[in-house]
Design a protein around this ligand. Structure first.
Ligand code: SRM
Ligand code: SF4
Length: 589
């Protein structure tokens, strides 16, 4: 697009902020030095690219203190640490636990894109936290913002599988290659640490060299990439802007099917927004991956919507243009015609929980972390247990796309020690948790997420507790199906392709989606709208009873709901399909 065309378009406010930021510097350094609790609204947008969000404690909203005055907002920052493929050393993980204790309210969270998030970091401490993160060779740079986010990859240490090892190396290579090139992050947060020099945020000339891939205004929106194996889609590859599915012949990596156009966020007030699963674009050889990734990103950079952020993800270009036209255009950036993708789709999903031989005589242990929350509670001292495992056994650490943790390289003789450390801290082992808990996932929501309209992380454990009893009573305790919950329709907990999705819609009320499935290649559909929190379990139990009664051989919950359809389920259970006028008004908000 020419400069003239660019300027005649009515760009969104964020585009102007990025353009004026001198490659992501803006006023951040100046505001950081000021004795205030917060950053300006422009800096807040720039800071996202540096991996942080300004937040307030939402539990304080509308509350008054003993003096009768409204409570202050209690601002803090959320910092996201990027870990490509979820791969960490023991010392890096220990450093994260230490940060959680010192600066982040004693807790941290494993995200469903294999990152670590700290909440509650005060502005005055943020520089020190970033320094500590970088000291152990990790970064928050590019973990958020309009750039490539963390590149996901199946974390299982299958050390004798060359395809898996190639994929894991690719995650790191892609992530490094797609990092923004601006020195802003180093200047603002790290310069004097590295060189003893003072922060210097001088104007950078617009030569095109400062950001060869992204340019001055970066991408129109966040951009997400994942690498899956055909036999294991634990990364939920179809929900990403760009996906790579490795295809093998025995132990030999033939190449990758490249997918484009996945994404889940919905803005209910905009009927033109929707969750979407990615389409197959092309097949590339291993050595062509970086080239095709760049081509797809440049395509989105130039054709993604920069006027309306609600419709700015790549998925809308793919939906509006159709995959054939996208293929032709991406080929121009790639420099030659694109081969057609292979006619194959993923077939499995493994969460890697429990003990597994890793192929070199050692073992790995996948530990389910409920909703990724790492914290010590009186009955379960999970944070201390993780600390103790690292300190005593020095394992490698991997974060999973299901918000959990894997300890790698465990000697057979140390397996019992690991289990006893977990037991001693009240942490249930893999075979002591229910299937429904194991496959559940929630987004963060209240009290930190500024976009939450309902609870999620804080209420899903209660729902799972109730469901466990009900499911056992129906005799379905061995079934594997996903229950995923979010506090708003943005879909962070990936509810739209789950067997059962619970999506917060308005205070205390949720839309229930049915018909996705574990392998992640199908979207569910809305079953009932505006179900009050306390009615979720009583609403789901009859559906599960129908499943038990009418399921076909080998059918999963999601497959069953998809086959019979939500209309049939509603009719059987006497639910009305149409929303009342009041409900319609809420749903269109
Ligand atoms: Fe997300 C925004 C948390 C995975 C779609 N997401 C947010 C913010 C930053 C809220 C905000 O913008 O102010 C949330 C921070 C809450 C907090 O207090 O920590 C947030 N998203 C999360 C995490 C932590 C959920 C989790 O519990 O694991 C995940 C962090 C992943 C990471 O490490 O990078 C997270 N978010 C996702 C996913 C799932 C995925 O990527 O696999 C999605 C759906 C896929 C997609 O991108 O479409 C997702 N998050 C969104 C959206 C909707 C985007 C859209 O295209 O409409 C928003 C809102 C936005 O961008 O405006 C959002
Ligand atoms: Fe926040 Fe909504 Fe994402 Fe949950 S789904 S973390 S409530 S933006």
């Amino acid at each position: 697009m020419s400069q003239d065309q660019e300027t005649t378009r009515k760009l969104s406010e964020v585009e102007h902020i990025k353009a004026a930021s001198n490659y992501l510097r803006g006023n951040v350094a100046k505001e950081l030095a000021e004795p205030t609790e917060t950053f300006s609204k422009e800096s807040v947008q720039i800071l996202k690219h540096h991996g942080m969000y300004q937040q307030e404690d939402r539990d304080r909203r509308g509350k008054k203190g003993p003096d009768g005055k409204p409570l202050s907002k209690a601002y803090s920052l959320m910092l996201r640490v990027k870990t490509p493929g979820g791969q960490l050393t023991c010392d890096q993980f220990l450093a994260e636990l230490e940060i959680a204790d010192k600066w982040a309210g004693g807790t941290m969270r494993i995200t469903n894109r294999q990152d670590i998030q700290f909440h509650w970091v005060l502005k005055g401490n943020v520089r020190e936290v970033i320094r500590r993160i970088n000291e152990v060779q990790l970064t928050t740079f590019g973990a958020c913002g309009d750039v490539e986010r963390n590149v996901m990859c199946c974390p299982a240490p299958l050390n004798t599988d060359p395809v898996q090892l190639a994929n894991q190396q690719l995650a790191v290579r892609l992530s490094n290659h797609l990092l923004p090139r601006t020195r802003a992050y180093h200047e603002i947060w790290l310069t004097d640490l590295e060189t003893g020099e003072k922060t210097d945020c001088t104007e950078v000339p617009d030569s095109g060299e400062a950001e060869p891939l992204y340019g001055r205004t970066y991408l129109p929106r966040k951009f997400k990439t994942a690498i899956a194996r055909l036999e294991d889609n634990c990364v939920d590859v179809y929900t990403n802007d760009m996906g790579f599915v490795s295809i093998r012949e025995g132990d030999r990596l033939l190449g990758y099917n490249v997918l484009v156009g996945g994404g889940l966020g919905v803005t209910p007030s905009d009927k033109d927004t929707f969750p979407r699963l990615a389409d197959r674009l092309t097949f590339v050889k291993p050595e062509e991956v970086i080239g095709i990734a760049e081509a797809v990103i440049k395509f989105q950079r130039d054709f993604g919507n920069r006027e309306d952020r609600k419709r700015a993800r790549l998925k809308y270009v793919v939906a509006d243009w159709g995959i054939e036209r996208v293929r032709e255009k991406v080929a121009e950036y790639f420099g030659r015609p694109l081969a057609l993708p292979l006619e194959v789709e993923v077939t499995g999903f493994d969460d890697h929980i429990g003990w597994h031989e890793q192929g070199d005589g050692r073992w790995f242990y996948g530990l389910n972390v409920e909703n990724g929350r790492v914290i010590d509670r009186p009955d379960m001292r999970l944070k201390t247990a993780l600390w103790e495992v690292c300190r005593r056994l020095r394992p490698g650490v991997r974060l999973t796309p299901h918000q959990s943790v894997i300890f790698t390289d465990i000697q057979p003789a140390d397996r019992a020690t690991l289990e006893s450390i977990l037991r001693d801290h009240g942490v249930p082992l893999h075979d002591e948790i229910s299937e429904v808990l194991r496959w559940s996932m929630s987004c963060v929501a209240l009290p930190t997420c500024g976009l939450a309209v309902t609870e999620s992380e804080r209420v899903l454990p209660g729902i799972i507790d109730q469901l466990e009893g009900e499911i056992a009573a129906i005799g379905l305790q061995k079934e594997q199906f996903t229950v995923r919950m979010t506090g708003c329709p943005n879909g962070c907990g990936r509810p739209y392709n789950a067997d059962i999705g619970l999506v917060g819609r308005t205070k205390n009320k949720y839309t229930i989606y049915l018909g996705g499935r574990l392998v992640g290649d199908r979207l569910g559909v809305p079953y009932l709208e505006l179900v009050p929190l306390e009615q979720i379990v009583p609403t789901l139990v009859p559906v599960l009873q129908l499943f038990r009664e009418y399921r076909a051989d080998g059918e999963t919950v999601g497959d069953f709901c998809h086959r019979v359809g939500v209309d049939w389920i509603r009719e059987k259970l006497g639910h009305s399909k149409t929303a009342s006028p009041e409900e319609t008004a809420v749903l269109e908000e």
